[in-house]
Design a protein around this ligand. Structure first.
Ligand SMILES: CC(C)(COP(=O)(O)OP(=O)(O)OC[C@H]1O[C@@H](n2cnc3c(N)ncnc32)[C@H](O)[C@@H]1OP(=O)(O)O)[C@@H](O)C(=O)NCCC(=O)NCCS
Length: 116
């Protein structure tokens, strides 16, 4: 990772080389002070043994080492995602911006349009 540029990922593999988890970061070269840590995922059969936390922490360590201009790391977390909330609290993330996603079922919209 030389700068975080368009995006970098860490992958965890089991002894047979199968992918079991990953995390990713990305940023904009014109704004090196802000790094975004995007998705993190661990296969269900490997969860709750610390892999997700380790992946995110290892990536944060790498950012500190290789992107000295970084001042903030941002990440996202659904309020309903207990495991990731736990990881993010443990790593020192604090709420910064929240957003609300609205959803409507497509068949309801079709009903409004008189198509049902
Ligand atoms: C979120 C995710 C990456 C966590 O991976 P993981 O390897 O299981 O994470 P860890 O084991 O490092 O830590 C999970 C922590 O949450 C805890 N936990 C598990 N289920 C929980 C729940 N329902 N509510 C609250 N905490 C929970 C675990 O006990 C553990 O905490 P502890 O180590 O202090 O005991 C994994 O659940 C996943 O891939 N989910 C689907 C993808 C996703 O939602 N990604 C996040 C958004 S990008």
């Amino acid at each position: 990772m030389q700068g975080v540029g368009p995006g970098k990922s860490y992958f965890a593999r089991d002894p047979q080389g199968r992918l079991v988890g990953y995390t990713e970061v990305y940023g904009h070269p014109n704004r090196p002070q802000v790094i975004h840590q995007g998705a993190t995922g661990v296969r269900p059969e490997h969860r709750s043994v610390g892999l997700g936390r380790w992946l995110k922490a290892a990536m944060l360590e790498r950012i500190l080492e290789r992107q000295p201009q970084a001042r903030f790391v941002r990440t996202g977390n659904a309020d309903s995602n207990g495991p990731m909330l736990r990881i993010n609290h443990a790593l020192g993330f604090k709420p910064y911006v929240s957003n609300v996603v609205w959803q409507v079922p497509a068949d309801k919209v079709a009903g409004y349009l008189g198509e049902d």
